[in-house]
Design a protein around this ligand. Structure first.
Ligand code: FES
Length: 154
């Protein structure tokens, strides 16, 4: 997939002369493309006068940045302690099998991305799962199937 390089150049040009604005630039790129495309690393390196490796280092340090397109539906499963004690590990296995992808992956058809999250702040109602930004509490495999089947994306 090719990206709109003109748009990427415009975004980098907006930030490149502002001191310490690399993070803002990365956020702007991700906002615009849905992720930080590999093609933009050289543009940032040139613009900010740093090495490509330095840009890459910043991207990998912050977990918020995605380096590949995300699926049309993003499923995030809590892996933190309270949810784990209520079965989120079992739920995660089920979700991976159901969607046919592992944590951190996007399906080849682009329908789903699956992400691990470490606490939604809703521990009292564990295990928690978020689908397209909507939090679902006390989710077991059956409830997950119901929610996903209602979305009819499988
Ligand atoms: S541990 Fe899962 S929401 Fe807090």
């Amino acid at each position: 997939m090719t990206i709109d390089l003109e748009k990427a150049n415009e975004i980098v040009a907006r930030f490149k002369d502002v001191e310490g604005a690399l993070l803002e630039c990365l956020h702007a790129l991700q906002h615009s493309f849905g992720y930080v495309p590999a093609e933009t690393l050289d543009i940032m390196a040139d613009g900010f006068n740093i090495s490509r490796a330095e840009v890459h280092g910043v991207i990998s340090y912050y977990h918020d940045f995605k380096t590949s397109p995300t699926g049309r539906t993003v499923v995030r499963v809590c892996q933190a302690e309270a949810c784990q004690s209520m079965g989120s590990r079992h739920l995660s296995e089920h979700v991976q099998k159901k969607l046919g992808i592992n944590m951190g992956e996007t399906g080849a058809d682009g329908n789903y991305s699956l992400e691990a999250v470490y606490c939604f702040g809703n521990c009292a109602l564990s295990p928690n799962i978020e689908i397209d930004g909507k939090l679902h509490a006390r989710v077991g495999p059956d409830k997950f199937d119901e929610i996903i089947n209602a979305g009819e994306k499988l």
